[in-house]
Ligand binder design. Structure first.
Ligand code: GDP
Length: 197
């Protein structure tokens, strides 16, 4: 079992509100609607933990989830939200960046990419920011169930190739479906290895 008890800890809209960095953390990032909340829920095995919704405005804070008092999952604000104003976009970009730069307990970032679409320009910007912050990150392809057999593997290989020269990229790409659970146990195992939990 990944966690006996998973609880929502807090949502931070400002850098000053971040909790003390006293536990290992794993963060999740990606475009709005990529399936971030669904993936967090699937990993933890709790349907209602992270809010899965089609309203991207709900995920504009940095949300912290505590797993058994041993590990924290951190849900970063979704990016690429078309309806947000420029000021809003700037505000949550800054928050994400400040979090990434100064977090000593952050073990890895999982950057979620829709397996049907692959890397887009906004994702490349996020990769640049992660490389600049020198935070270890791994790409997770989501919604694999929406692809035909073989397409997922092809996308996995293409994505791996696209990030192979990036300094902070972990040399594996995960292929997951929160819908049917494919790739979820493997991702849990990778998180445990990355955090030593
Ligand atoms: P978030 O905005 O990144 O947190 O995305 P959500 O988790 O709220 O998911 C956005 C939409 O994609 C919702 O309608 C989900 O039901 C759907 N979705 C998420 N993960 C999957 C998946 O693995 N397979 C399929 N088919 N749909 C998914």
């Amino acid at each position: 079992l990944f966690a006996r008890q998973a609880t929502f800890m807090l949502g931070c809209a400002k850098i000053e509100q971040l909790p003390e960095p006293d536990l290992p953390e794993i963060a999740f990032a990606g475009r709005s609607n990529v399936g971030k909340s669904s993936l967090i829920n699937a990993l933890v095995g709790m349907k209602g933990l992270a809010r899965a919704s089609n309203e991207p405005g709900r995920t504009r804070e940095v949300n912290f989830f505590d797993l058994d008092g041993k590990l924290r999952l951190v849900d970063l604000p979704g990016y690429g939200w078309a309806k947000a104003s420029k000021g809003e976009v700037k505000r949550f970009q800054n928050l994400g960046r400040d979090y990434l730069r100064g977090r000593v307990t952050l073990k890895r970032v999982y950057l979620l990419i829709d397996a049907r679409h692959g890397l887009k320009a906004v994702d490349t910007e996020a990769l640049d920011a992660l490389d600049l912050a020198a935070v270890s990150y791994q790409i997770v392809l989501t919604k694999a169930d929406k692809l035909k057999k073989g397409e997922g593997e092809r996308m996995r290989e293409a994505t791996l190739k696209a990030v192979s020269k990036r300094p902070a990229a972990f040399p594996e790409v995960a292929l997951t479906s929160s819908e049917d659970g494919d790739g979820i146990p493997e991702l849990r195992a990778a998180i445990m290895t990355a955090t030593g939990v």
